[in-house]
Design a protein around this ligand. Structure first.
Ligand code: 9WO
Length: 240
């Protein structure tokens, strides 16, 4: 068997890991050795007797900044052939293409900041890739690290079945998901669309496609525009 995908998380709150990733799909994959997770306490790399990890910002202002020397020592202790990422609202928005790339790497090193952030020089010196999971501010990078790991782990070989891998391709097409229904066929006066009960697989596929397109146009004009551009460049007229 090949080496497991390795995740190292540098954090002031190692007890937040594996957290939700110890359950369900990711948790079973962890038990089966398909990936490994180590949460390392940044404070272990502090050098003074008070174990200081932060200091006041040059130029003034509220709050504290994480020290570059402590973070560099924490990164040096784990750095190898894996990409090192810093979770920050300033980062490049995380998208499925990035998730696929990271899942195909030997693993990841994730740096979680606290306070007002980290000294800029450690980002540059260590070539940290800055990644955001959305346009909001958290109290620290840890929940974002959990999100990124969840998205990667479900793509690792053997974590999900073959059926799910094929499903993944449909998001690659850049459309949002069509609506799902299960029994009962009528619930609180709401009927499941007749086409889904018809047994006509071709009509079901066409309905789902139309719904996916309608929902994408309505909710995410940005995704829709990208989808149309991709369809045009690949010579496919199906979406047009
Ligand atoms: C705190 C703050 C306080 C006053 C004015 C501006 C401020 N910005 C921040 C801030 O960005 N703090 C961050 C907290 C420092 C780095 C770790 N933290 C964090 C990461 N919050 N949110 C994220 C995050 C990460 C990935 N995707 C979305 C949000």
């Amino acid at each position: 068997m090949s080496l497991p995908w390795r995740a190292s998380v540098l954090t002031l709150f190692p007890d937040m890991f594996p957290g939700p990733l110890g359950q369900s799909l990711a948790g079973r994959a962890l038990e089966r050795g398909l990936w490994s997770l180590e949460a390392r306490d940044i404070r272990a790399h502090a050098s003074d007797k008070h174990r200081t990890v932060d200091d006041t910002p040059f130029g003034g202002g509220a709050g504290m900044v994480m020290r570059p020397d402590v973070l560099d020592a924490a990164l040096a202790a784990v750095s190898d052939d894996r990409p090192a990422l810093y979770l920050t609202p300033r980062g490049r928005p995380l998208a499925q293409a990035t998730v696929r790339r990271l899942a195909s790497c030997p693993g990841v090193v994730l740096l979680c900041g606290r306070y007002e952030g980290i000294d800029q020089r450690v980002i540059e010196a260590r070539g940290l890739e800055e990644v955001s999971i959305g346009d909001y501010v958290l109290s620290g990078g840890e929940p974002a690290a959990l999100v990124l790991l969840d998205a990667c782990v479900r793509l690792l070989p053997g974590v999900m079945g073959a059926a799910a891998s094929a499903e993944e391709e449909s998001f690659s097409a850049g459309l949002l998901e069509y609506p799902h229904y299960t029994r009962p066929a009528e619930w609180q006066g709401r009927r499941v669309p007749d086409v889904l009960l018809s047994g006509h697989h071709g009509e079901v596929a066409a309905w789902r496609r139309r719904e996916a397109e309608r929902i994408t146009q309505e909710r995410r004009p940005d995704l829709w525009a990208a989808h149309l551009a991709a369809a045009t460049h690949s010579g496919s007229q199906a979406a047009l």
